[in-house]
Design a protein around this ligand. Structure first.
Ligand code: FE2
Length: 279
């Protein structure tokens, strides 16, 4: 099988979001929709207890997208306009389909180690589902399958590997989302359907992706030129493998909304202003 080559590597940029949260942002929603069906990828990390109080993301809306939060350390307390509330702990995933709209807050907390380390991915919704019923899937760490294979330890959130399916299913973009940890001197080969947008967020260590050396922290963007991806590492590497089918629809992003037309964005803003955003 042919192996996909790298199109380009994105160096995450530091940005400030919410109530002053410093993030590493690799991709963000743009009308060009280059990474269709993926819209945004943020990495938030607080490792120094002297950084002061942890600021969070006070109440804000979303419409037309799915947000996927994966915590590696620390936790996020959340609550929303639908009456949901809970905590996303280390190893847990929250897959939230905003659909026609939610208002929620997300407040990170340090774990026992003193650290907070989390990743948030935004996945687009097709036009026909942008105004669908909001839906939450809380995935506890213990329900995420861990597959050990040839020096790779893989936590499978969504997608299929070795006949095992991740706990998050029925997502229109048919996404693959997995946390892959490669031991030193190991190799990982994974089949990817033709046409599926494929990214790898390398957050620890270093390895060769295709035939190109990549160091953390980097977002690798693969070309659609092969039936599999291949990663090798001499010293060990950890990355999120992200892949999904593009919708090939025009998008109009505006802050926490991603719709298909300017009129739909204006409608969302009007509803937010007159108090009818959440029904
Ligand atoms: Fe949010």
């Amino acid at each position: 099988m042919t192996t996909r080559t790298i199109s380009h590597i994105i160096e995450p940029q530091l940005v400030i979001e919410g109530a002053g949260v410093l993030l590493r942002r690799s991709i963000s929603p743009r009308a060009s929709n280059e990474y269709d069906p993926f819209l945004l990828f943020d990495h938030f990390a607080f490792n120094n207890p002297l950084e002061g109080p942890i600021r969070g993301f006070p109440t804000h809306p979303h419409r037309g997208i799915e947000t996927v939060t994966y915590m590696l350390d620390g936790s996020v307390n959340h609550r929303d306009s639908l009456g949901n509330a809970g905590t996303i702990g280390a190893g847990d995933v929250q897959w939230m389909t905003a659909g026609r709209g939610i208002l929620h807050e997300e407040m990170p907390r340090r774990g026992a180690s003193g650290n907070i380390y989390g990743l948030q991915l935004w996945v687009n919704l097709p036009a026909a589902q942008k105004m669908s019923q909001p839906r939450y899937r809380e995935v506890k760490s213990s329900t995420i399958p861990i597959i050990e294979k040839d020096g790779a330890s893989i936590r499978l959130v969504a997608g299929e590997l070795e006949g095992i399916r991740g706990p998050v299913t029925e997502i229109t973009a048919a996404p693959l989302y997995m946390d892959v940890k490669l031991a030193p001197a190991s190799r990982f080969i994974f089949p990817i359907p033709t046409g599926h947008t494929t990214l790898a967020y390398v957050f620890e260590g270093a390895g060769e992706f295709g035939s190109q050396a990549v160091e953390s922290v980097s977002m690798v963007v693969f070309n659609d030129d092969g039936a599999q991806i291949e990663v090798r590492s001499d010293t060990g590497v950890q990355f999120m493998l992200i892949s999904g089918a593009p919708f090939k629809e025009p998008i109009v992003p505006y802050g926490p909304f991603v719709m298909n037309t300017v009129e739909e964005i204006q409608q969302a803003i009007t509803e937010l202003q007159n108090g009818t955003f959440v029904k």
